[in-house]
Design a protein around this ligand. Structure first.
Ligand SMILES: Cc1cc2nc3c(=O)[nH]c(=O)nc-3n(C[C@H](O)[C@H](O)[C@H](O)COP(=O)(O)OP(=O)(O)OC[C@H]3O[C@@H](n4cnc5c(N)ncnc54)[C@H](O)[C@@H]3O)c2cc1C
Length: 633
């Protein structure tokens, strides 16, 4: 095998990431004097497109996004290196509410605060990123001519799981999920004639081979299995597995079956009960990298079967797979549009007259997010390092632009990751700190590659591909979402985002789930943009090159949404006991203390947008009942 050189892969091509360097990365060195933080500057990888060179408009930035350079170094210095942040500048700003984290939960908390305490309440939202929305990140491309939108993080509205609170929330913003569904023609890459497909790469499988109409979740025929480039014994084991119909656990009662399947991993189930060889089992390793963000070995057989991975047919049940028809509702920039609706509601002067019908196209004036005369202010690039109760409410200290500042507030809501809260609030009880630290978030990657056209994919007849040997375990074309005023027809063959989705495999020696998550996170943080670019170019060259795709010419932009702290940790069969009601870590972790309440999807131990909203509602309802406005900031 001859690997392509960086030059042949087009690594020298001037895609927009090299046009403009912004937001230098801050590495905090130590203690602080007089409000100034001692920092060193390292190379930055974020870039902006031509659209944003005049003004501050982060959605058009390409390169390393998500948790971008400059966003997390202060928090890591605090949490990992024990850096001290003393002697802040007293800003003399005073608020009714300070919210830490301007993700969906933080913004929803500000909305519910207004509902409870009135529209005049003075609210400050602080976020360490250069854009609002947290995981709801808008990726906006203009490199191919007209605007192409894509997903930077959370995107599905799983409306069938909405609580009454969330239904009321959606009504308040005019969001009609059923109407959104009608404007969608998108199935995560299951539409094209030869989809679903799997691509086996030469580095891993010794040959580059695309196998059409292959989805491991579906009933496979021997003819399809014969094309999978693993050992002959592996293929035979797959044929036997997919062909069987006996109930292997017929001797066990329902509860015994449940107990067994909850105690073994899915790969062990495939080995022991499915009879699969090791190379056949490995085909499944990364299958849930996108949907769960973890290795298959971290899932119990029960969890995996619930997720419609194959195996129920070995338990006397009918083959079932409905995953192709996932009925979620989407905007073209994912739940970033929901965030934009919230920001427009809280700060109408930033984006006047925004409705669900125009939200995807609406212009937002980022320069007006933090106006002193406005009741709601949103301060970006500001990492909170301390929040504590005071005689009059709470104080919140944050690092911004190399300075340390403190504001006073009547109430505070911590809508940030739970694992950082013990470092922000050292006076919390040890029991609550331990419960907060239980939340180890799941790392994820969403890499958008803007390609010139879909010609090569059209020739192959595929729009979604599993890549079990590669860093990103799944690719899909993202178009066919016509909501919020934006239109991108499913049959448009022009510039389009090809989404590379997945997580980072932990090393084999990471045994328990939390070690796996921490190891994946570190590996993810150690990957540079160039590493991702090389990976994407290699895959596209080897997969689409034979169909005429030229990696030198046909890649217009690359945006890596890196989420070292991605999904909230959800309890899993293999790793977590069944706690009595009120005793689960997230229930202990989210207890309010003094004038400070705790939100974020972590507070629900459930990685969903609607959970982030529910938890915001609860947090606001738990704040002590003080209604008088504090002095103006
Ligand atoms: C790639 C990806 C895909 C997803 N897809 C879906 C999906 O399709 N559907 C779904 O329902 N959910 C999805 N999720 C889950 C997602 O986490 C939730 O939907 C939701 O966005 C969580 O919102 P949040 O406000 O709780 O947290 P976040 O979005 O994480 O917001 C918290 C904010 O607080 C900031 N913060 C943290 N510490 C500090 C500090 N010290 N100072 C200041 N700010 C701080 C964070 O940086 C962040 O901006 C996805 C998540 C990821 C990562």
């Amino acid at each position: 095998m001859t690997r392509k050189t960086d030059k042949q892969l087009g690594m020298h091509r001037a895609i927009t990431r090299r046009d403009f360097v912004q937001g230098s990365s801050l590495a905090v060195l130590g203690a602080v004097t007089s409000g100034a933080i001692s920092v060193t500057t390292t190379a930055a990888e974020n870039t902006a497109s031509a659209l944003s060179t005049d003004g501050y408009y982060p959605p058009t930035k390409t390169g390393m996004r998500g948790s971008h350079n400059g966003a997390y170094e202060v928090a890591h210095a605090l949490a990992r290196q024990g850096a001290r942040f003393d002697n802040p500048i007293e800003t003399e700003e005073e608020f009714d509410l300070v919210v830490v984290g301007a993700g969906i939960s933080g913004l929803a908390a500000a909305h519910y605060y207004q509902e409870r305490f009135g529209k005049d309440a003075r609210i400050l939202l602080l976020d360490n990123h250069d854009d609002f929305g947290g995981h709801a990140k808008r990726n906006e491309f203009h490199q191919g001519g007209s605007m192409v939108l894509s997903l930077g993080g959370t995107h599905n509205l799983e409306w069938w799981q909405f609580s009454d609170t969330v239904k009321g929330f959606m009504d308040a913003f005019g969001v009609d999920v059923k109407a959104m569904r009608k404007n969608m023609d998108f199935t995560y890459g299951h539409d094209a004639p030869n989809s679903p497909a799997m691509w086996f790469d030469e580095d891993t499988y010794g040959v580059n081979r695309l196998v059409s109409n292959l989805d491991l979740n579906e009933q496979l025929t021997p003819e399809v299995i014969d094309q999978i480039p693993i050992s002959e014994a592996g293929r035979e084991s797959l044929k036997a597995f997919y062909g069987r119909r006996d109930n292997l656990l017929s001797e066990l009662s329902e509860s015994e079956t449940d107990a067994l399947l909850s105690s073994i991993s899915y790969p062990d189930f495939l080995r022991q009960y499915g009879g699969l060889t090791e190379d056949a089992v490995q085909l499944f390793d990364k299958k849930v990298h996108g949907s769960w963000g973890i290795e298959m070995r971290a899932l119990s057989a029960n969890d995996a079967l619930w997720e419609e991975n194959p195996g129920l047919h070995l338990l006397g049940k009918d083959w079932s797979y409905e995953g192709r028809d996932y009925p979620a509702a989407l905007w073209p920039d994912g739940n970033a549009s929901l965030v934009r609706l919230m920001v427009a509601g809280l700060l109408p002067h930033v984006a006047p007259n925004v409705t669900p019908d125009n939200v995807a196209l609406a212009k937002f004036n980022y320069g007006a997010l933090d106006e002193p005369e406005q009741p709601v202010r949103l301060r970006l690039n500001a990492t909170v390092v301390n929040a504590e109760n005071t005689e009059t409410g709470a104080s919140v200290t944050y690092a911004e632009g190399g300075l340390l500042k403190r504001v006073a507030t009547k109430h505070a809501v911590l809508a940030c990751y739970h694992s950082v809260i013990p470092h922000l609030c050292p006076s919390l009880s040890e029991q609550q700190k331990d419960a907060l630290k239980y939340q180890v978030k799941i790392p994820l990657i969403l890499t958008n590659v803007l390609i010139r056209n879909t010609n090569a994919l059209d020739k192959l007849g595929v729009d979604g591909i599993d890549c079990p040997g590669r860093l990103h375990a799944r690719l899909f074309l993202f178009k066919g979402i016509n909501n919020g005023g934006y239109e991108h027809d499913a049959d448009d063959s022009g510039p389009v985002s090809l989404v590379f989705w997945g997580s980072v495999s932990p090393p084999d020696n990471a045994i328990d789930l939390k070690s796996q998550l921490r190891a994946s996170r570190q590996k993810l943080l150690d990957l540079s943009f160039e590493d991702f670019e090389r990976e994407v170019r290699t895959v596209l060259n080897d997969l689409l090159g034979p169909e005429g795709f030229d990696v030198n010419e046909d890649i217009l932009a690359i945006t890596v949404n890196r989420w070292p702290h991605g999904y909230a940790y959800e309890y899993m069969d293999l790793w977590d006991p069944d706690w009595a009601e009120g005793e689960a870590p997230h229930e202990i972790a989210r207890q309010p203390f003094g004038a400070i309440a705790i939100a974020n999807s972590d507070a629900g131990a459930s990685a969903y947008t609607h959970v982030a909203i529910d938890e915001a509602y609860r947090a606001i309802s738990e704040l002590p009942n003080q209604t008088a406005a504090v002095a103006k900031g």
